[in-house]
Design a protein around this ligand. Structure first.
Ligand SMILES: *Cc1c(COP(=O)(O)O)cnc(C)c1O
Length: 359
């Protein structure tokens, strides 16, 4: 607290990201990073970009990167907006497209950055409860709103909303923007990008942090009607004209172009996820069906907090959310390499066995 702070700063409740401990030999399964090295083509492109050209500002329009992204999705570059990580893209979407008189809607269990942005920009919001099975029920969103936002697959549940349900939502909600945060869509879902042509109120948000293994490069993007993109650009150019530096642009372009790396890596992670889910179930866990690079699981006998603490003693870090109460016994576990998944399962087996021995 400082008397030099503005009233706005006094009122903020910032997002708390998963920790990034400095310890070596950690099995780090807490922030949904990709466990594999990024594409070698990305590393080479970044290396090639480090030189005299760093004197110069990067392209403020990020034209080449937007073209590469458009090419990947079969869209036009005018339908693509890029930002410094998808968190920044989301922030601009809140200010540019979701700040109206009516409250915006998002699930009660969802990405916890949404309420942070809403409060930052003074946007009223309503949290819509997920069903008992932790699913989004589209009919619950058929009401007056200033906009709708949710991740698909949802985070931290991993549950996927079917394509047909998204279409039904868009048909019923034409007067405000629907933002779908597709941060995890490459791990088992189909992007709603084909719906952009028919739905000018649809904005999709993607990140290179998860499925392209580039969380450290900070590249995210949005897809939508050119008018939505133009709104985002107006906010961006009122904030920072150069959110992506030259190295991020070079790496981002190479990442979008390396289809072979992308396909191989995401398939490996999806296969590991199924193995991890089966292993957890064999230990007695309830595991929600996941279409993401993490699973959300709880044990019927052991509190989530205790499990997370016992794992940490064994240098394995997973994410645990104390609130809301409904998910307090769940652990969100990132799908790691086969070796990491095996280490996690072995540790859990030990922890559960020690508990049984104690009675
Ligand atoms: C990881 C994540 C993001 C943020 O990604 P960055 O591009 O690294 O900022 C956005 N939305 C959801 C749901 C995420 O899990």
């Amino acid at each position: 607290m400082s008397r030099y702070w503005s009233a706005v700063v006094h009122g903020l409740t910032p997002y708390v990201p998963g920790e990034q401990p400095k310890l070596a030999d950690l099995v780090k399964l807490n922030t949904n990073e990709n466990p594999y090295s990024p594409s070698q083509r990305v590393i080479e492109a970044i290396r090639a970009g480090t030189g005299d050209a760093l004197r110069l500002y990067p392209d403020p329009l990020a034209t080449e990167l937007r073209q590469a992204i458009a090419g990947f999705h079969g869209l036009d570059a005018a339908q693509v907006f890029v930002g410094n990580g998808s968190d920044e893209v989301l922030a601009h979407a809140f200010l540019a497209l979701l700040k109206h008189d009516a409250p915006i809607l998002f699930p009660d269990i969802s990405y916890s950055f949404y309420p942070v942005y809403a409060r930052l920009y003074g946007i009223d919001y309503q949290e819509i409860p997920l069903t008992q099975a932790f699913e989004i029920r589209v009919d619950d969103y058929f009401r007056a709103n200033g906009g709708i936002i949710f991740p698909n697959p949802n985070a931290p549940t991993g549950r996927l909303l079917a394509f047909g349900e998204i279409e039904r939502l868009l048909q019923a909600n034409r007067d405000s923007v629907v933002v779908i945060d597709e941060a995890y869509i490459d791990f088992g879902g189909a992007s709603a990008a084909p719906l952009i042509a028919r739905h000018p109120q649809l904005l999709l948000v993607h990140t290179l942090s998860k499925s392209r293994a580039l969380a450290g490069l900070r590249v995210g993007y949005a897809l939508g009607h050119p008018d939505l993109i133009a709104g985002l650009v107006r906010v961006k150019d009122s904030f920072n004209s150069y959110p992506l530096d030259r190295l991020a642009l070079a790496g981002g372009i190479a990442a979008m172009q390396d289809a072979a790396w992308f396909e191989a890596t995401r398939k490996t992670i999806m296969a590991s996820r199924e193995g991890l889910a089966a292993g957890l179930q064999a230990l007695g866990f309830e595991v929600l069906p996941s279409a993401a690079n993490f699973v959300f699981a709880r044990h019927p006998q052991v509190r989530g907090e205790a499990l997370a603490a016992r794992l940490r003693e064994r240098s394995i870090i997973v994410r645990h959310f104390r609130l809301p109460e409904r998910i307090a016994d769940f652990l969100r576990i990132t799908v790691g390499t086969q070796t990491q998944c095996a280490a996690l399962l072995a540790a859990l087996q030990e922890i559960l066995a020690a508990r049984t021995a104690l009675g």
